[in-house]
Write a protein that binds this ligand. Structure first.
Ligand code: P53
Length: 479
C-alpha cells in the first residue's frame, strides 16, 4: 500500500498539456502527412465534421483550417519550452503526430525528419529536467488510413498502430518514461471523426460500427502496453479518459441508475484497459442491442495480459443525468457531452459547468474502481482574455478556477488517492479542439493570434503565469 500523503508528494509532476494538432502547425512540413484534424474547419461546420458527417476528405479552397499553422510550436518549441521551464514545469504532456512518423500510416519505413523533430523536442525538455509525458495519438489519424481502410472500423489498423508505437517506443526509450495510448478514448462514441477518424454512413448501424472500432482500439492499446513494457521496462504507460462524474439530477432511483449508466459509457473503455476484460454490463448491452463484436482468437488474452500502469484522464466539468422528460428538454450546449444544467454550478463562457469538487469526486471514483495511480492530464478554464495596452493580461478568473481545483486535488490526495501529477490543458494558448477558435484560451502564456488566423504569434506572460510558477515552487503548499 502506498504511503499516506497529507499533501502533494515530493516528486509530484506539475506541468501542462498540449497536443500536436493544436500546437505544432507546419502541417505538411518535414514530410508530415495530412491527418483528420487538418480537415476540420472552424465554426458550425466543424461540429458536424467531428461527429462523423464528412462530405469530402479533400481540403477546400478559401476555407480557414486552424491546425495548419496552429501556434507554430513546430518552429517555436525552444522559446515555448524555455517559458515552461521558467514556470518550473516538472513535466510536459505532448503528443506525437502519427503522420510525422508515418505520413500515410501504413508506410514500411518511418520518416526520419519526423522522428528527429521529436528527438529535438525531448532533448530540449530534458535540458531543463522537464519529463516528457507522451500521448501516442491525440485525435490525429493519418488521412490515408481513413481513405483506404476506413480508419478504426478496420482491423488492419491494429497492425499499423502497433508498428507505429513500437517505432516510437524504441526510438525514445532513453528519453520518455511516461506514455499514454489514445487521448480521450471514449470520445469515439460521441464524436467519431475527431475521436477515431470514423465517418458514419447512414446505411450503417452506428453503434455496431463504433463498438467494433472500439474493440480494435482496445486491442491496439493493449498491444502498445505490451510493446512498451518489452521495449522500455522502466517506462509507465497509461490510458486516457475524458472523465467527469455524472450526478443524478434527483434522488429518484431511476435518476441514480441513469447516472450510473451514463458513466459506464465512459468507464467501459477503462474497464477493459485497466481490468483487462469486457465488463458484464457491456456484454449485456451488446446482446440486448444485437451488436456483434467480431473478435479474433487471442484478443481476450491480449486484453487480459496487458493492462495499463496508470489512469490518465481529463477533467473539465461534471454532468447530470435524469429520466424526467421535462428536465431533459433543458440540455446545456457548448460541449460534446451535452448535459442537464446543474442549478448549483456556474458555467464557463462556453457553457462548461465549473465544479472543483467534482474533481475530488472523480479522483475518488477512479481510484476506488481501478486501484491504480491517477494522472490528471487535462483540466483548465477556456476563457476570453483581454490583452491590455501595457501588454498585461489579468486572468484572475483562471487563477480562481485552477486554485479551487488544486485544493480539491489535494483533498483527494488526503483521501488516499495516489496522483502522479497534474498537467493543465493548454499552458500556452492553442487551437480549441471543440470549436477551432483561438479566443477560447487556457494558457498561462498568451499567443497573439485570433479566430481568423491573424496575429503576430508573439508570446506574452499572463498574470496566471507568475501564480502557477509560485504554486509549483511551493509544491502546492501555498494554495
Ligand atoms: P476545447 C470536448 C470537445 C473536444 C475535445 O477542449 C475535448 C472535450 C472535453 O472533454 O477534449 C479535450 O479545446 C481534448 C483537448 C481539448 C480539450 O479537451 O474544445 O483532449 O484536445 O482541447 C479542451 O476547449
Amino acid at each position: 500500500m502506498s504511503k499516506f500523503q497529507s499533501t502533494f508528494p515530493e516528486n509530484f509532476l506539475w506541468g501542462g498539456a498540449i497536443a500536436a494538432n493544436q500546437a505544432e502547425g507546419a502541417y505538411l512540413e518535414g514530410g508530415k502527412g495530412l491527418t483528420t484534424v487538418d480537415l476540420l474547419p472552424t465554426g458550425k461546420e466543424r461540429f458536424s465534421f467531428m461527429l462523423g458527417k464528412v462530405d469530402s476528405l479533400k481540403l477546400k479552397d478559401g476555407v480557414y483550417y486552424p491546425s495548419h499553422e496552429a501556434i507554430d510550436f513546430y518552429h517555436r518549441y525552444k522559446e515555448d519550452i524555455a517559458l515552461f521551464a521558467e514556470m518550473g514545469f516538472k513535466c510536459l504532456r505532448l503528443s506525437i503526430a502519427w503522420s510525422r512518423v508515418f505520413p500515410n500510416g501504413d508506410d514500411e519505413i518511418p520518416n526520419e525528419a519526423g522522428l528527429q523533430f521529436y528527438d529535438d523536442v525531448f532533448d530540449e525538455l530534458l535540458k531543463y529536467n522537464i519529463e516528457p509525458v507522451v500521448t501516442t495519438c491525440h485525435f490525429d489519424v493519418p488521412i490515408h488510413l481513413v481513405e483506404k481502410y476506413g480508419s478504426w472500423k478496420n482491423r488492419a489498423m491494429i497492425g499499423f498502430y502497433e508498428n507505429y508505437t513500437r517505432t516510437i517506443f524504441d526510438r525514445y526509450k532513453n528519453k520518455v518514461k511516461y506514455w499514454m495510448t489514445f487521448n480521450e478514448i471514449n470520445m469515439l462514441l460521441h464524436a467519431p471523426f475527431i475521436g477515431a477518424g470514423i465517418i458514419v454512413n447512414e446505411e450503417e448501424n452506428k453503434e455496431q460500427v463504433l463498438y467494433q472500432a472500439a474493440h480494435h482500439q482496445l486491442v491496439a492499446s493493449a498491444l502498445a502496453v505490451k510493446a512498451c513494457h518489452e521495449i522500455s521496462p522502466n517506462a509507465q504507460i497509461g490510458c486516457m479518459l475524458a472523465a467527469g462524474a455524472t450526478y443524478p439530477y434527483t434522488c429518484h432511483p431511476n435518476d441514480i441508475w441513469e447516472a450510473i449508466d451514463k458513466d459506464r459509457e465512459s468507464f467501459f473503455f477503462i474497464d477493459v484497459q485497466s481490468r483487462g476484460e469486457y465488463p458484464g454490463y457491456a456484454k449485456r448491452y451488446f446482446k440486448e442491442n444485437n451488436l456483434q463484436i467480431a473478435m479474433e482468437k487471442g484478443d481476450e488474452e491480449i486484453l487480459k495480459n496487458n493492462t495499463v500502469d496508470y489512469i490518465g484522464f481529463s477533467y473539465y466539468a461534471s454532468r447530470c443525468a435524469s429520466t424526467d422528460p421535462e428536465v431533459l428538454s433543458q440540455l446545456t450546449e457548448g460541449n460534446i457531452f451535452a448535459s442537464i444544467k446543474n442549478p448549483y454550478l456556474k458555467a464557463s463562457e462556453w457553457g462548461w459547468q465549473i465544479d472543483p469538487k467534482g474533481l475530488r469526486i472523480t479522483c475518488n471514483h477512479l481510484h476506488e474502481r481501478y486501484q491504480k495511480p491517477l494522472f490528471i492530464v487535462e483540466n483548465g478554464l477556456g476563457a476570453i482574455d483581454v490583452l491590455e495596452e501595457d501588454d498585461t493580461i489579468s486572468d484572475d478568473y483562471r487563477i480562481d478556477y485552477l486554485k479551487a481545483h488544486f485544493i480539491e486535488m489535494s483533498e483527494a490526495i488526503k483521501d488516499g488517492v495516489e496522483i502522479i501529477g497534474y498537467t493543465s490543458w493548454g499552458p500556452i494558448d492553442l487551437v480549441s479542439a471543440g470549436t477551432g477558435e483561438m479566443k477560447k484560451r487556457y494558457g498561462y502564456i498568451y499567443v497573439d493570434k485570433d479566430n481568423e488566423g491573424k496575429g503576430t504569434l508573439r508570446r506574452i506572460k499572463k498574470k496566471s503565469f507568475y501564480w502557477y510558477q509560485q504554486v509549483i515552487q511551493a509544491n502546492g503548499e501555498n494554495l
